[in-house]
Structure formats: C-alpha cells, structure tokens
Design a protein around this ligand. Sequence first.
Ligand code: ZN
Length: 163
Amino acid sequence: MTAALQIISMNSRTAQRAVRFLIVEAFIKVSDPALRLNDTQAAVVLAEHPTLAEHACRQQGFGRFADKLEQASLPHLVEHLAIDLLAKDYQGAIAGTTTWNNHAQQTMLVRLRIPLAESESKRQDEENLLAERRAGDGLLAERRIRAEQAIQQAITEVNELFK
Ligand SMILES: [Zn+2]
C-alpha cells in the first residue's frame, strides 16, 4: 500500500532581507487529497501532541488548529506537527503555511519560518548570522537539519495513522 504522504524534496534558506529567519520548504505528494483524520485519529494525534491544540492557525480564517484538525489536509497537519516538535527549541513563534504546489500532481508545499534570534539585540543577531553564513553555515546547517528531521518525523507519524 502506498503511503499517504511522500516527501518529494526539501530546501531551506535564510530570508534574503531578514537573516533572523530560516525558511524551510517541503514538497509533499498526497496519495489522496481528500484524506482527512477521523475522530479516532484526531484523538490519537492530540493525545500524543497535546500542545497542538493551542496552535493558532490562519488557514481559512484565524482560529485554533484544534478546531480545524478534522478538516485539515494531511500536509497542513504535518506543518503543525513539525512546528510542535520544533517549538520547544526556539524562542519566538514559528510560522507555517501549507498551500497547493501542483494540484494535478497532488503535491503540496509546507513552508516553515523559524526565528533564529538568540541574543537581545537584533543587530547582534544579524551580525552573528551573517558571520555564520560566511563561515560555512555551521549552526544554520544544524538548525536546518533539525527542521527537516521534524518534517520527516511528522510525515512518518501521519503515515502511521493511515497504515
Ligand atoms: Zn494551520
């Protein structure tokens, strides 16, 4: 049986004009765009990730993700799960969006925007991050890998629910 979700590719970068954010994008193929969580699956997800219920969500009107869980596309769920996994490690809010990338090919794009701020000073952060970028992306690469792992883990969890 094919997995509900399959990762096509991932990429990441720091935002051009705002180095304080890391942008991570994942292109995900959905086996059936109509797939949604049923009551039981939603309960399992919320039991394993209770903080998911507190997420704000702007998709189709501002609200709580908990109220949208059963209408959410599976990549949208991946977005929130990945944010939930990463949220403990970062100061500031991680933002995410999920959109269609190619409807005909059933691929959706999950984009995360992760704050990289670490010091009190915005200018200091920018200097640090630019230095890191020049120095070969050491820390940035680490953060990117962690973000990509969170997305992978979220996809694995969702696929498990639909096995
Ligand atoms: Zn959302």
